[in-house]
Design a protein around this ligand. Structure first.
Ligand code: NAD
Length: 280
């Protein structure tokens, strides 16, 4: 039986810490403000944007919502980003992804001032992370480090395997684990004999986007298993599952994150943490 890593409780802890920091900053006369830009009205994006606004409210930060119409041009969006980059009362800028197909996501993200890039997607922040400089770190992997540390998982010297090499999860995750002195292996869709590699892991971090793909046959007895995936069990149900087959893996893991209630809640908590750091 694995110990469950409670992302809900840990994310609540982090948001409470942010709340305290915001109150202190306010006492020093400093406001904390996040600008959130959404283009179009994709329902899932609207839910995420709504949750980010609520989190800002909770910690006592101001949030500015820019809800732009679907037909917004690249130039209009870049102009808004320039305006927010130059506005000293705005500390963090976030563009909700995905953007409509006619917009150039890459150009838009690169236009955000790296010192206001609370999502940590700008190449300057990715570079800072790679060479161990201070900067914003992508929220989901930064949240996983907090989950591990606050659940008393020793990282130093441990074999860590990350499955997935995306720019927002897999790659920054691997670099963060390296920063914590783990021995890190990254697996991906072209990895030969995945099981042979994953079975070496003391800490297995799964971010592949394939529902329940990782069952007990991929996991070493006693491993710590972190499941980044989020999927609906079937399109008509509200029930969620991860990339890990929880029922199969839970009996042999030492610690495991559930879905929901594991990695998911950490992303917004770390966004708030990045926002507060941008002022501090
Ligand atoms: P992605 O699709 O960009 O990347 C998936 C990665 O998995 C790729 O690098 C690919 O090489 C690898 N992969 C795919 N099939 C594989 C296979 N059969 N064997 C080995 N590797 C394989 O996905 P992403 O954006 O990194 O997200 C991964 C998952 O995490 C998704 O389920 C996503 O919904 C979820 N996610 C959750 C949060 C959160 O807040 N909890 C945040 C971001 C992503």
């Amino acid at each position: 039986m694995a110990e469950i890593i409670d992302g809900k409780a840990i994310s609540a802890q982090i948001k409470d810490e942010c709340k305290e920091k915001v109150a202190k900053l306010k006492a020093e006369g400093k406001e904390v403000c996040l600008a959130v830009i959404q283009v179009g009205n994709d329902p899932a994006s609207s839910v995420y944007v709504g949750n980010k606004k609520k989190a800002c409210e909770y910690i006592g930060a101001k949030s500015l919502a820019y809800e732009l119409k679907e037909e917004t041009t690249n130039e209009e969006l870049l102009e808004l980003i320039d305006k927010l980059n130059n506005d000293d009362s705005v500390n963090g800028i976030l563009v909700q992804l995905p953007l409509p197909k006619h917009l150039n996501e890459d150009e838009v993200l690169k236009r955000i001032n790296p010192d206001k890039d609370v999502d940590g997607f700008h190449p300057v922040n990715v570079g800072r992370l790679s060479i161990g400089e201070k900067g914003f770190v992508s929220c989901t992997p930064a949240g996983i480090i907090q989950l591990l540390k606050r659940s008393n998982v020793d990282i130093e010297g441990k074999e860590c395997v990350v499955i997935g090499r995306s720019n927002i999860v897999g790659k920054p995750m691997a670099i963060l684990m390296l920063r914590e002195n783990a021995t890190v292996t990254i697996c991906h869709s072209r990895t030969k004999d995945l099981k042979e590699v994953t079975k070496r892991a003391d800490i297995l971090i799964v971010a592949i986007g394939k529902p329940k793909m990782i069952d007990a046959s991929y996991v070493k007895e006693g491993a710590v298993v972190i499941d980044v995936g989020i999927h609906r069990v079937d399109p008509n149900s509200k029930k969620l599952c991860g990339d890990v087959d929880y029922d199969s893996v839970e009996p042999i893991a030492s610690k495991i994150t559930p879905v929901p209630g594991g990695v998911g809640p950490m992303t917004i908590a770390m966004l708030m943490n990045n926002l507060v750091n941008s002022v501090e």
